[in-house]
Structure formats: C-alpha cells, structure tokens
Design a protein around this ligand. Structure first.
Ligand code: ZN
Ligand code: FE
Length: 255
C-alpha cells in the first residue's frame, strides 16, 4: 500500500499536504500554514492527524502548529539544526534520519539554501518528496539565508531521486516561474508546453502542484544549469554548474 496524498491550499499561495497510511490509520501533515483549511481537509477525509512534519521555520509554514497540535495531539517533527526557532519538537531530525508513517519510511534530506536548516522528506515507497521552498514547480526558493552554492548542492540531491518522484512544493508560484523560465530557456519545447498547461490550470483555478521530477528536470531552469542551450543563452559556456545556477537565481531575483 502506498500513502494517500491530499493537497491543501492555505493562505494566499501556500500548500500543505496530508499523507495517510490506510493500514495503520496514521496521517501526517507536511507544513502548517493555516489551521482552518487543514482541519477542514481532515474532517472531509475522516483522517486523524498523528504527525506534523516541518520543512523550515518561516511563519507561513509553521504558523498553525500549536493550534493543530492542541486539537489533535500530533507529534511535531522538524530539523534539529533549527530546533531553536521552530515550535517545540517531539522529534528533531537531521539528514539521513528516518521516520515512520505506518509502514512507510520517510528519509530526511538537508536542502538548505532558502533557509539554512531547511529539510525535505522523501518517501521512496510512495515516490513522494516534500520539498517546500527548496525545489518548487518550475522554480526554487529565494536565497534568504544560504548561498547559491548551498542551494545548488541541495537541488542536486533532489535531482538524484528517482525521476518518477512526485514533488510536493510549498507555494503556487508556478505561473510567474514559467514566465521567468521562458526568458532563460526560450527554445525548450517541453517548457513551452508546460507553460501553457500551467496557464490553463490557473485559469481553471486548479493547483499546479504537485509536479513530477522528470518534468522538473526537463523544464525547470534551476535544474538545468548543465544544459548547453541555457549556457549559450547566458554566455556561460565555460562556467561550472553552480555558477550557472547562481546566475539564473540572480536573474530571477531581478525579474
Ligand atoms: Zn519559506
Ligand atoms: Fe514559504
């Protein structure tokens, strides 16, 4: 049995996720932006929250932890490195640590860059990765704390996951990301077609997440620093991948 996944839109553009193991009845929430929509999703599914997994300390990811913990008694899991600025943790984890949701083992990856101490959760059996503000649909998080080199190292870890992995990221930024991506990789037919799909989804009011890693590898410019077309477009044929990534990130900041 694989985990069931429910995407929960929160606040103006955040996403939380619920994962549920039918056999054990355990249910984990990934990030807690806003209690109302999460409690509504729990009510609708009939699932009882047992775990809250936190990716990073920003308020739009942890703001509803105490209300949900109080209402459900769920165990809160987050980065050991960030324990001083996260809500009190029942389980503090670091890269390489694992946690159990029913029979499924989740693996913790350090994906610092957006913040230092940002973690991702990978559930290989269900092919799910919760990346929040590290790898995002057609984008990556802004570098508030880490360096471009750090984010590039984090993205490389995620790029190495099986390509059918479903990437569950933290925000609905995909339409704006697509506009930017087309300025970096204008001749990429897969990107052009994804940009159309994204525009249509937003027009219909549908989320553009989660996304598939194979699609990110083919279209997300932040993962494509080694692409000869992008390097030529940026005049960075001789640079190393981390430098190309840094240039793309800098251009996005100015976009
Ligand atoms: Zn954030
Ligand atoms: Fe965020």
């Amino acid at each position: 049995m694989t985990l069931e996944l429910v995407t929960v839109p929160c606040l103006s553009d955040n996403y939380a996720y619920l994962i549920h193991d039918e056999t054990s009845g355990e249910t984990a929430l990934v990030d807690a932006p806003e209690a109302g929509p999460i409690r509504a999703a729990l009510e609708k599914t009939g699932w009882k929250l047992t775990h809250i997994l936190l990716t990073h300390h920003h308020h739009d990811h942890v703001g509803a932890v105490e209300e949900l913990r109080g209402a459900t008694g769920a165990q809160v899991v987050g980065a050991k490195a960030d324990a001083h600025r996260l809500p009190p943790l029942d389980l503090a984890v670091s890269e390489g640590d694992t946690l159990q949701i029913g029979d499924e083992t989740g693996h913790v990856l350090d994906v610092s860059g957006h913040t230092v101490g940002h973690i991702a959760f990978h559930f290989p059996q269900s092919a799910l990765a919760f990346t929040a503000d590290s790898l995002m649909a057609l984008g990556c998080g802004r570098l508030f704390e880490g360096s471009a080199e750090q984010m590039w190292a984090s993205l490389k870890k995620l790029m190495a996951l099986p390509s059918d992995t479903i990437i569950c990221s933290g925000h609905e930024y995909t339409a704006a990301n697509a506009k930017f991506a087309l300025t970096i990789d204008p001749e990429n037919p897969a990107l052009k077609s994804r940009a159309d799909t994204v525009a249509q989804a937003r027009k219909d009011g549908r989320p553009t997440v989660p996304s598939r890693l194979s699609d990110e590898l083919a279209t997300n410019p932040f993962l494509r620093a080694s692409d000869p077309g992008i390097r030529a477009h940026l005049g960075l044929e001789a640079a190393d991948d981390a430098e190309v990534f840094a240039q793309i990130r800098a251009r996005k900041d100015a976009f």
